[in-house]
Structures are given as structure tokens and as C-alpha cells.
Write a protein that binds this ligand. Structure first.
Ligand code: ATP
Length: 266
């Protein structure tokens, strides 16, 4: 299961340049992860600059947490393993404890590696009281024990990067192990413009197209919402052309027209 989920450095297909906006987040990740992984010698003395074993990305859905994780691995030259809280706890995968042990021993062989734990709240959420599933409890304890057990040599080269939309649901013991917490916020108009510029970089845009207008008209949109909006918009000129063809028009242009604001805002 893990093997199929491992992506070698540079093969995640995304770099920081593909993540629009979030400049402060990228800067923090550079200091906390990329530099220590690439230049361990600079961080090995003293205690103050010891790299973190765990970082939490939290914020609303669709704000680019997974995208950041993938880009981070590529930038740091690390392997990338992605697991979802519900995968490890799923009863279909049998013994969650064994799987957890396997994950960590595998990770030390793959180091440097970033283990991205999406929905970390569902894997390591607050203790569920009397009704909590016994298997979930055991798996959580196993996960934390394995995490604590990373030898100091490995700890600099294995990073747990948790992501959640529900930080308040996390177990205190888990929060303590994720000492660096980075808020990934919804973009404001200026940042929506930056994201749109990344998403539409390869598209054919009408000469009249204005990023600023689109950014102002998409209040409340996450990066993921913007992506979906762009996909739908990019389809419209193609759809028009197909409709023209269907109508049997004689002079159907082969060139697909550039995108304009109306394609996005209907
Ligand atoms: P969730 O909390 O729902 O898992 P998430 O925060 O992990 O969401 P992603 O899965 O990374 O969000 O975002 C979904 C998609 O939205 C990305 O694959 C990307 O195409 C687009 N996207 C989101 N944020 C950005 C951004 N800042 N720049 C460019 N694309 C973005």
C-alpha cells in the first residue's frame, strides 16, 4: 500500500512555483524543512535550530495544503509518502498497528522523506471516550510511539506533515508532537489574483481579459474553487465550437477563441 503511494523527489509534478500566493507559508517551510534537509550541517549544532519532527498545516478545505506538501517534497529533494487518516484506520487494511510499524520502518529506509498525513484529525483525533474503537486507539498509540522512537539521526530526515481542516479536534498529545503549526488561509483578492495567474498561465486568454476583475468577483473562493472555476471556463470555447459543428455551420473556425471574463462569471 505504501509502495504505491511513494513519490520520489521531483516526481510529484509540482514545485513551489505552482503554488500561487501563500508566500509566508512557503517562506516558513523553506526555513523549517527545505534548508535543514538540504543543508543538515548548518542545523546540527546546538538545540535552538534543531529541525522539527512534525509540522501541522491547518485551514479551510481546498486552500492548497496537499499541493504544498507535494511541492515541499520536490523542493527539499525528499521522497513523498501520502497517507490519509481514514486509510490507516480502515478495517479493510487489517492490522493497523502492523501497518503503522511498517510505515515507519519503511520511511527510515526512504529518508529523506516527508510523510504527509491528510485528515490527521481522523487518524490522531481526540480520544473518543468509551465508544472509541479499540483498534483506533491502539493504532494511535502505536503511531505516536513509532514517531517518538525515530532515532535522532532519522528525525532530521523524516518529517511528519499533518494537514487538517479541524485543528480543534486533535488530541493534545498529537498537537504537542506538531510544534510548528502553520495556518493556510483563504486567499484575499490580491492572492486570488496570484493563484489565477498560476492556474491560467498556459491558457489562451482574450486580449481584454483582466485578472483583477476576476479576482474581485471571486470573494470567498479557495484555491480549489478557483481551479474548478477555471476548468469550467476553459471548456466553454471548446463547447461553442462543438455546437457550431453540430449545427452544421459552414465556416466553423478551427481556432478556439481566447477566454474572457464571461466564461468565468455567468
Ligand atoms: P482539503 O483540506 O480539502 O484536503 P487542501 O487544502 O489539501 O484541501 P488541495 O487539495 O491542495 O487543498 O487543493 C486542491 C487543488 O486546488 C490543488 O490540486 C490545486 O489544483 C488547487 N489549488 C489550491 N490552492 C492552490 C494555490 N494556492 N495555487 C494553485 N493551485 C491551488
Amino acid at each position: 500500500n505504501f509502495l504505491s503511494a511513494v513519490v520520489p523527489p521531483g516526481e510529484t509534478g509540482v514545485r513551489f512555483a505552482d503554488v500561487g500566493a501563500l508566500e509566508d507559508v512557503k517562506k516558513a517551510l523553506n526555513e523549517l524543512v527545505i534548508l535543514p534537509m538540504k543543508r543538515p550541517g548548518l542545523f546540527s549544532r546546538g538545540n535552538l535550530l534543531r529541525p522539527s519532527k512534525g509540522i501541522l498545516l491547518f485551514g479551510p478545505p481546498g486552500t492548497g495544503k496537499t499541493l504544498l506538501g507535494k511541492a515541499l517534497a520536490a523542493e527539499a529533494g525528499a521522497n513523498f509518502i501520502s497517507i490519509t487518516g481514514s486509510t490507516l484506520t480502515s478495517k479493510w487494511f487489517g492490522d493497523a498497528e502492523k501497518l503503522t510499524k511498517a510505515l515507519f520502518s519503511f520511511a527510515s529506509k526512504l529518508a529523506p522523506v516527508i510523510i504527509f498525513v491528510d485528515e490527521v484529525d481522523s487518524l490522531l483525533g481526540a480520544r473518543g471516550g468509551a465508544f472509541e474503537h479499540e483498534a483506533t486507539r491502539r493504532m494511535r498509540n502505536e503511531f505516536m510511539a513509532a514517531w517518538d522512537g525515530l532515532r535522532s539521526k532519522d528525525s532530521e530526515r523524516i518529517l511528519i506533515l499533518g494537514a487538517t481542516n479541524r485543528p480543534f479536534d486533535l488530541d493534545d498529545a498529537v498537537v504537542r508532537r506538531l510544534p510548528r503549526r502553520i495556518y493556510v488561509d483563504l486567499p484575499d483578492a490580491e492572492n486570488r489574483m496570484k493563484i489565477l495567474k498560476v492556474l491560467l498561465a498556459q491558457e489562451n486568454l482574450d486580449t481584454e481579459f483582466q485578472y483583477e476583475k476576476l479576482a474581485n468577483a471571486t470573494e470567498g473562493y479557495s484555491g480549489s474553487d478557483l481551479k474548478n472555476l477555471c476548468i469550467a471556463a476553459a471548456y466553454r470555447p471548446v463547447q461553442e465550437l462543438l455546437e457550431e459543428e453540430d449545427k452544421g455551420s459552414q465556416n466553423v473556425s478551427q481556432a478556439i477563441r481566447g477566454l474572457n471574463l464571461d466564461d468565468f462569471i455567468q
